[in-house]
Design a protein around this ligand. Structure first.
Ligand code: MLT
Length: 406
């Protein structure tokens, strides 16, 4: 008899954004003329930068001639892309990352979900609350947690992120093995400064733990003194892995391209305490389970790093940051406490009431979709997240509609 993975039974009924999509579809069916504005899931709306489109077309044409055709590429990605990533995203900021420490993939969600596979199931995971649900759910699926009780999985060390700590996780008062950090943060929009990151890197070094650092929104940081990468922090290369994405910065949510940085110095340990290269483990995993990202997509991603590409990417992220400012100011004017929305496309709003009821009210009365904070964890109860990923016109209309009913 084929038996199901018993750990899936511990999961909450459905993935947060799937659950929201079902409610929105039901609302649209019942109200076919409603013009819904989606500020829920962080999905981009603006087209790819023109340089990426040009590179995409050119690479597609190359696939049409035998002399330039390419079959399987390296599963860790083509050197042309890994080299520009290392130079522009890291070395130019003083982080000494080599191209062969970079693994190109089809998404950060997959990478940050898959990475935990490399570690023993009795590793203790420290996970912020609220948090992007993928970190927690993939650890549950792997059997790294106990059952779910009162909004908490047994065996997980939760790191509360509240207004009191400015939504920046504090160090736990026990040892942990696998630490998830996200900056700029999804969902709170908070950004960790050098001092915060230094503290976490020192903690990880002392306890031989590993930090999984999700920096998918790094390109939204505008303040120069804020780190964009954990590898700008001394000593991080031995204890951290970083996830980056082209999704939000260059509009690749439907095109799919991301990368993960696994430094050669980064180690995990066997049962005798002997060090094992995390990069070798990830290489082994990827070469077994992944065949790389398509050649045209990698050429399009490479183009985002050209001079014109960087200007166009900056234009895109500026556009969404201006949307974020409009949302932040409109919600503050209505009297709500807000966080994020600066150096981040997400605005975290304290509704002062039940967040699912508030979500439903915005949907029913304003046809605006947001994300209820409790879907991100216990500390999200009473909050909603508004995403700045939409057209300027829709963001302005959504705020006008909300101000009429809030
Ligand atoms: C979000 O809305 O949190 C993100 O779009 C989800 C994702 O990137 O997978």
């Amino acid at each position: 008899m084929i038996r199901a993975n018993k750990h899936f039974k511990k999961l909450q009924s459905s993935y947060l954004f799937y659950n929201i999509a079902m409610r929105v579809n039901a609302f649209q069916k019942a109200n076919p003329t409603a013009k819904i504005i989606r500020l829920g899931i962080g999905d981009v709306t603006q087209p790819l930068p023109p340089v990426c489109i040009e590179a995409f077309h050119k690479a597609a044409d190359e696939q049409s001639a035998p002399e330039t055709f390419r079959g399987y590429g390296p599963s860790e990605g083509y050197a042309f892309l890994r080299e520009v990533v290392a130079g522009i995203d890291f070395r130019s900021r003083g982080a000494n990352i080599d191209p062969d420490e970079i693994f190109i993939s089809d998404g950060s969600k997959c990478d940050c979900g898959n990475f935990q596979e490399l570690f023993s199931t009795d590793s203790i995971a420290a996970i912020p609350d609220p948090v992007y649900p993928v970190y927690l759910d993939t650890n549950v699926m792997a059997g790294r947690t106990g059952v779910y009780k009162e909004g908490r999985y047994e065996g997980v060390v939760y790191l509360p992120c509240t207004a009191e700590n400015r939504f920046i996780p504090s160090l736990p008062d026990q040892t942990v093995d696998l630490i998830y950090l996200c900056s700029p943060n999804n969902p709170t929009g908070s950004v960790m400064d050098r001092e915060n990151l230094n503290r976490w890197v020192s903690f990880a070094r002392e306890s031989q733990a590993l930090i999984l650092f999700d920096a998918a929104y790094a390109d939204f940081i505008r303040e120069d003194d804020l780190p964009r990468s954990i590898f700008e922090i001394e000593g991080a290369q031995e204890v951290a892995v970083e996830f980056r994405s082209f999704s939000k910065m260059a509009g690749f949510t439907g095109t799919r391209c991301a990368y993960t940085v696994v430094p050669k110095a980064c180690m995990a340990y066997d049962e005798n305490g002997d060090a094992i290269s995390v990069r070798d483990l990830w290489m082994r995993r990827q070469t077994t389970k992944f065949n790389g990202v398509s050649y045209p997509v990698q050429r399009a991603a490479e183009a985002a790093f050209s001079e014109r590409g960087r200007d166009q990417v900056r234009g895109l992220t500026d556009y969404y940051l201006e949307n974020a400012k409009i949302v932040r100011m409109a919600m503050a004017e209505l009297g709500f406490e807000t966080a994020g929305g600066v150096n981040s496309p997400y605005i975290w709003i304290n509704t002062g009431q039940d967040d699912w009821s508030f979500f439903d009210r915005l949907l029913q009365k304003a046809s605006v979709v947001t994300t209820p904070g409790s879907g991100f964890g216990n500390n999200g109860v009473g909050f909603i997240r508004i995403s700045a990923f939409n057209s300027r016109e829709n963001v302005i209309t959504a705020m006008e509609r909300i101000s009429q009913i809030a």
